[in-house]
Design a protein around this ligand. Structure first.
Ligand SMILES: [Zn+2]
Length: 415
């Protein structure tokens, strides 16, 4: 497949702190130039296309580091076709890269999920986002804070199993409980392998969490949820995460997992540079309310509204993932903490890119960076998504306009 030169013009971007006119010239998979709209586009050879971003806000593509599934598909299906289906849905919601996230499961199922991500590869999925590797959520977590992870398959950290998983595919991140026996050795091993280590589903005391951070933990999974809370004489995992400036905090900004006031506290403690918005979405996102499977457990998804997604719960009421999409999370987050997109935008792109060590190629709009972009309208809805220089999603309204009513419902839209 050949690349075209793509110019995005007429939009605005808040990356400099206020909304500024912007024009982006893309050649191949990377950004050639970023300039104000009154500049002249560079001359390009071969085919060229223009994406009209009039009235839109341009942001770096979203990176979701914690997402299980979508559209009936799940990472634990261990099927490259399921990952492709997820990737396509995520792109419709502004996500240009993601970490397919496993559930705590038996060793064979976990290994199969990692192998499937390896088989799918790291190139962007057709009309979809790119996978950046696996996020292992468990199995080395605390039985005291399983959340919706199946408790029967929780096990102590196992260096042999972890090594086999890393050998089987691109393990990029692992969520674990640092107080489990053997966890510190596993944290060090993971860091040596370049795997990002995340505290989560943990009963760790403040001191235990700080010990895990000293060993190499740099992030917390869905902060507030499934971790020991903050007491003023025993600050717990939450106190460690909020007070340690070296730690990134993942946040599910769906107004269900976390109260808006708690989001505000997190934002004030961590700043945007250490806040990472995630969806933790499961296979029901994109589908109607009803009964779904999550890691072998039945989850009931309620009907949501425009303002709030439905709730996903096990039969006992435990929250079990979400049906949140990241553009809505970003809007919820800004509303909760009273900041504008010019302030909050890093939480869906630059912060996760930096936390993954990818800040030299992703997470901002600049010459030489991967051309991963999202266009939002004034309501915060996704108008278009560009993954590595290709328009992989164009909203139907704009597609009809561009094609004069003659459109392919399955295509990203011809430009
Ligand atoms: Zn999760």
């Amino acid at each position: 497949m050949t690349y075209i030169t793509l110019t995005i013009q007429g939009g605005r971007t808040p990356l400099a702190g206020t909304l500024q006119p912007v024009q982006v010239e893309i050649t191949g998979p990377t950004i050639a130039t970023v300039s104000s709209t009154d500049s002249t586009p560079a001359q390009s050879d071969g085919a060229a296309a223009t994406l009209d971003a009039d009235g839109c806000t341009l942001l770096p593509g979203f990176i979701d580091v914690h997402v299980h599934g979508a559209m009936g598909a799940d990472t634990m299906d261990a099927d490259p076709a399921a990952l492709a289906r997820m990737a396509r849905f995520f792109a419709h919601h502004g996500v240009t890269a993601f970490l397919p996230t496993t559930m705590t499961a038996d060793p064979a199922s976990t290994l199969a999920a990692v192998q499937a991500v390896a088989a799918a590869g790291d190139r962007p999925h057709p009309n979809g986002a790119a996978s950046l590797g696996v996020h292992l959520e468990g199995p080395y977590i605390s039985p005291r804070f399983p959340g919706a992870q199946p408790a029967a398959t929780i096990r102590p950290p196992d260096l042999v199993e972890f090594g086999a998983l890393c050998a089987a595919g691109p393990v990029r991140m692992i969520t674990l409980a640092p107080e489990m026996p053997g966890a510190l050795a596993l944290i060090r091993e993971a860091r040596a392998r370049g795997v990002v280590v995340v505290a989560g589903h943990t009963a760790a005391t403040y001191a235990e969490c700080e010990g895990g951070i000293a060993a190499g933990i740099t992030q917390a999974t869905h902060t507030y949820n499934a971790m020991s809370g903050l007491h003023h004489r025993e600050p717990g995992t939450l106190g460690s995460v909020l007070s340690n400036d070296g730690v990134y905090a993942q946040l599910i900004a769906d107004n269900i997992h976390v109260h808006p006031a708690a989001m505000k506290i997190l934002a004030r403690c961590k700043g945007m540079a250490r806040t990472i918005l995630i969806t933790d979405a499961m296979r029901a996102v994109g589908l109607p309310p009803g009964d779904y499977d999550l890691g072998g457990q039945a989850v009931t998804v309620t009907r949501g509204s425009d303002a709030q997604p439905g709730e996903c719960r096990l039969a006992d009421g435990t929250l079990a993932g979400s049906v949140l999409t990241l553009e809505r999370g970003l809007a919820n987050f800004g509303a909760a903490i009273g900041l504008t997109l010019a302030q909050t935008w890093p939480a869906t792109s630059l912060s996760p890119a930096t936390a993954l060590g990818l800040e030299r190629t992703r997470g901002t709009l600049a010459t030489g960076y991967l051309a991963d972009l999202v266009l939002l309208d004034d309501a915060g809805e996704v108008v278009a998504t560009v993954v590595q220089g290709r328009v992989v999603y164009l909203r139907e309204r704009e597609r009809l306009r561009a094609n004069g009513g003659d459109h392919d419902p399955d295509g990203p839209g011809s430009l």
